[in-house]
Write a protein that binds this ligand. Structure first.
Ligand SMILES: [Zn+2]
Length: 117
């Protein structure tokens, strides 16, 4: 079978939505933000560089890998870099990583367990 490539008019690739296989790779940051208490899909999408639809899909956790991530939560000491800073709902600071490093440290110092939502 001969495979024909579509002729492309410009060198620039059109911005494509993430494929399903790419979602699990971006899911940890989304889940970490949700664990921080950021519940606004738009804000999560903005912070992670995903679309609101992607965030919704990750939150639905239909993918097995994503579901496992969501169940286990973000491992202690793991910080996911964000594309754009967001305001931490707990300490009100702008964070560029999720979960919030400042809040994590505070919990370490006082040895108080992280609040569960
Ligand atoms: Zn914080």
């Amino acid at each position: 079978m001969i495979q024909r490539r579509k002729p492309s008019r410009s060198k620039e690739k059109p911005k494509q939505a993430l494929t399903k296989s790419q979602l699990p790779r971006r899911a940890p940051a989304v889940i970490a933000l949700m664990e921080m208490g950021v519940n606004d899909y738009g804000e999560i999408a903005y912070a992670t560089g995903l679309t609101v639809a992607d965030v919704k899909e990750i939150d639905a956790a239909e993918d097995r890998k994503i579901r496992r991530l969501a169940t286990q939560g973000t491992p202690a000491g793991t910080y996911l870099p964000l594309n754009k800073p967001v305001r931490c709902p707990t300490c009100n600071g702008m964070v560029t990583m999720a979960p919030c490093v400042a809040c994590d440290r505070r919990w370490d110092e006082t040895s108080v367990e992280a609040p569960v939502n």
